[in-house]
Design a protein around this ligand. Structure first.
Ligand code: ZN
Length: 525
């Protein structure tokens, strides 16, 4: 391919979490990094090192991730005014983050320099130059985000260019043009990017677009067309206000429509899964109508159109849904393509493609469960338990006789919860009672007490997160509750899911799957 390689830079974990109501735990972030690595993303920005305990822990633990391709990147700003970069705590935190690549932002709009930063235009250029040079001298890959670049360029092109040139001359590995306010139009972005590519050559130019005018994806695409070779964006377009440019739409556009081989075919087939995984992990409902990956994105309405679409799919679909891991809902038999299911089965030593009958049975079961409100995208643990059950290799760790939860609120405002479980393990009956700060915590405690004697490995398994979503998908009955539990044992993280009209029952199901999966993994049977 003659086209220059285009680099994908994800900022879901930093810019994406600016979205109102979106918050990710350290475990969430680590799991998302792993999935973005599966998808073939080149750089995954983790956050600001040293800015808060959560990010400090993230960068510490990210060092232990075994990534195939992705480079975890630290984000920060240029040094402070009136002091050398080498003595700047932020710059030092970037160097000490353990990341081999960093991205720093600096002001490219003169108005922001004089009014927000309150310094001279010359001092701002010095800060950019000094910061990039200091990070380069530390042996890092350095990307420079030129903040408010397009707005600055329109008002004072000479200065915006001077800032970018300072970064380029100081050794930046790419200068990224940012539409920070997200209001620029594609034709402007195309023209200005082309000019900057020519001015900064041979230093690569990138694009960082926001979606305030609904043009985040379009602006990213035209920038690449104009010669930009790095695209910064977020999964599902998550981000502050109207969001960032959506990588989930940009990636297939680049690969399928513009001839940029940014990820492999196999990676592209994970697009739908990864998009839904990130949504579920962020506890946001996936957008049913999201381009490429929504469950309605290739669903044809009934009647003549549907049967015609069935016979001549190419006449009604802009891309073949399977290529991006989605499926046309009218063609149910194509469901068999679930990549994660095949991978999961392969991990268990089962080749599902060689056993279409079992594959069909498993898929039917998954379809039925999804209809009832289950979602397995962020629940790999439950998927494995389900698969074992369908393959006939599942043996329950214990048999449940009953469980019971009591909650008491007292006059003094104190709330206590107590749970009792009665279970049978290898022919023996156990009754255990525990208190907790809520029903799930109490049930977890009681179950552990009862299982402890038989499964000492249980002590290593911790519940790290608990998410509840009320689904209204089912009509005519009470609301359905889906509980997602995330667990870890110091070595791995996994997710499990439970669904019920009763939140405690849903939690119990997710809890049992979590322990089941965790213990079997440990024993490696
Ligand atoms: Zn941004």
């Amino acid at each position: 391919m003659n086209e220059p390689e285009v680099v994908l830079y994800d900022t879901t974990l930093r810019d994406g979490t600016q979205r109102e109501g979106l918050s990710l735990s350290v475990e969430d972030k680590l799991r998302i990094v792993a999935r973005l690595d599966d998808l073939g993303i080149d750089y995954v920005e983790g956050g600001f090192p040293g800015s808060n305990p959560k990010d400090v822990e993230f960068f510490e633990r990210a060092k232990g991730l075994k990534l195939r391709h992705a480079v975890v990147t630290a984000f920060g700003s240029t040094c402070r005014k009136d002091a050398p970069a080498s003595e700047d705590p932020g710059i030092r935190a970037l160097i000490e983050s353990g990341c081999s690549a960093v991205c720093i932002f600096g002001k490219a709009w003169d108005l922001h320099v004089t009014h927000t930063l309150r310094t001279t235009l010359e001092e701002n250029v010095r800060m950019v130059r000094d910061s990039v040079a200091t990070l380069k001298a530390a042996g890092l890959t350095v990307f420079f985000d030129a903040e408010h670049f397009f707005d600055g360029y329109v008002r004072n092109a000479e200065y915006a260019v001077e800032v970018c040139r300072a970064a380029a001359e100081a050794g930046a590995d790419a200068v990224v043009l940012c539409d920070t306010n997200g209001g620029r139009m594609p034709q402007e972005v195309a023209r200005i990017t082309a000019e900057m590519v020519a001015r900064l050559a041979p230093v690569p130019v990138g694009i960082h677009a926001h979606n305030d005018a609904g043009c985040g994806v379009a602006n990213s695409i035209v920038a690449v067309d104009a010669g930009a070779t790095q695209v910064q964006g977020t999964v599902n377009g998550y981000g502050e206000r109207c969001g960032n440019a959506d990588l989930i739409a940009i990636i297939p556009a680049l690969k399928l429509k513009m001839g940029h081989d940014v990820i492999t075919d196999d990676e592209l087939a994970l697009l739908t899964e990864v998009s839904h995984f990130v949504a579920e992990t962020a506890n946001l409902a996936p957008d049913q109508h999201q381009p490429y990956v929504g469950i309605s994105s290739f669903a044809h309405k009934g009647g003549v159109h549907a049967s015609a679409a069935d016979r001549f799919p190419a006449a009604y679909e802009h891309v073949e849904p399977g290529i991006v891991g989605n499926l046309a809902r009218v063609v149910v038999s194509e469901l068999a393509g679930s990549a994660s299911l095949r991978m999961k089965a392969a991990e268990l030593g089962v080749d599902l493609s060689a056993d279409p009958e079992t594959a069909k049975r498993v898929l039917d079961e998954i379809k039925e469960l999804e209809h009832r409100g289950y979602s397995f995208e962020a629940a790999d643990g439950s998927l494995e338990v389900l698969l074992r059950k369908e393959l006939g290799t599942y043996e329950p760790l214990f048999l449940l006789e009953s469980f019971r939860c009591l909650m008491e609120k007292r006059e003094d405002g104190r709330v206590t919860t107590e749970a009792t479980v009665k279970i049978h393990v290898r022919g023996k009956r156990f009754i255990a009672t525990a208190e907790g700060n809520g029903p799930v915590n109490a049930l977890d405690g009681a179950l552990r007490l009862a299982l402890d004697e038989f499964y000492p490995d249980l002590a290593a398994i911790q519940l790290t997160d608990y998410k509840v979503r009320v689904l209204d998908e089912k009509k005519g009955t009470g609301a359905i509750t889906r509980v997602l539990i995330e667990s870890a044992d110091g070595d791995r993280e996994w997710g499990t899911v439970g669904v019920s009209e009763n939140i405690i029952e849903a939690s119990w199901a997710a809890l049992v799957d979590s322990i089941d999966y965790g213990l079997r993994r440990g024993s490696n049977d």
